[in-house]
Design a protein around this ligand. Structure first.
Ligand code: SAM
Length: 235
């Protein structure tokens, strides 16, 4: 269960309405039962339900069961598609450390609610016991991203998934990038515009990767690209 407050042995914490609902009505827990909580910073704790009063649960933390895992260093940028829950969920499961919507020319869904993105990430982290919930960065434009990349991301290499631009095999390309900090950019359903592709290909911190000859949906490409990156250079 994801909670906001700091976690420490013996601390008591109160759950909010949604978490109470999840614990009591979905998981059917009652006072005296145990559950595991995490907050993305202090590891995971075994907790005991002390009471359910006025429809709110309070928990007492018993002991830390897992140390906090270090935050993942992989930046994942995506041009928002109509349904965002799947992409955020998969990016969280597959170890993205920062997630950022990038508004490109052919984006169909430019109304992004960062709180919803965070909620999707928390839900995915809860389900998969990922202790470090990715940060959700405010949306940015394609232009701002590429012009400000080296200032804000230092020496991080931006891997841009594009079916036509890559010359070497993806495994070869990623093996060459082992040890470097990486970012991954996936385009929208309509793809990157010709101008955007040319722009990316002309930048020395950008490396194109192909996921094969088939045109994949953006959410499928996200999963395939993250799986590839984690398999070749992940730790
Ligand atoms: N009609 C678009 C085009 O031709 O560019 C297709 C875009 S595809 C549905 C959505 C995004 O998924 C692309 O912008 C790219 O980032 C990624 N993608 C899809 N298939 C891919 C592949 N085979 N290799 C690399 N990236 C791919």
């Amino acid at each position: 269960l994801y909670v906001e407050p700091p976690l420490a042995d013996g601390a008591e914490i109160a759950l909010d309405k949604d978490q109470t609902n999840h614990l009591v009505n979905v998981l059917r827990r009652t006072p005296g039962d145990n559950c595991v909580v995490f907050n993305g910073r202090d590891g995971a704790f075994l907790a005991e339900i002390v009471q359910v009063a006025k429809k709110l649960v309070s928990l007492r933390l018993i002991e830390r069961t897992t140390e906090q895992t270090p935050a993942n260093d992989l930046w994942f940028g995506f041009a928002p598609i109509k349904r965002l829950d799947y992409e955020i969920q998969k990016a969280t499961e597959m170890g993205a450390g920062m997630i950022q919507p990038v508004i490109t020319r052919h984006v169909q869904n430019a109304r992004i609610n960062p709180d919803k993105l965070k909620a999707h990430a928390i839900e995915a982290a809860q389900q998969c016991e990922v202790l470090s919930v990715p940060d959700i960065a405010p949306e940015t434009s394609f232009e701002k991203l590429v012009t400000g990349w080296t200032d804000s991301h230092g020496d991080r290499i931006l891997v841009f998934c594009d079916e036509a631009a890559a010359s070497a095999s993806p495994v070869e390309t990623l093996t060459r990038l082992k040890g470097k900090r990486l970012g991954l950019l996936i385009g929208p359903e309509g793809g990157f515009s010709e101008e955007e592709r040319e722009r990316l290909l002309g930048l020395d911190f950008v490396v194109p990767i192909s996921l094969g000859p088939r045109i994949l949906r953006a959410d499928t490409a996200t999963v395939a690209a993250l799986a590839l990156i984690q398999a070749v250079v992940g730790d």
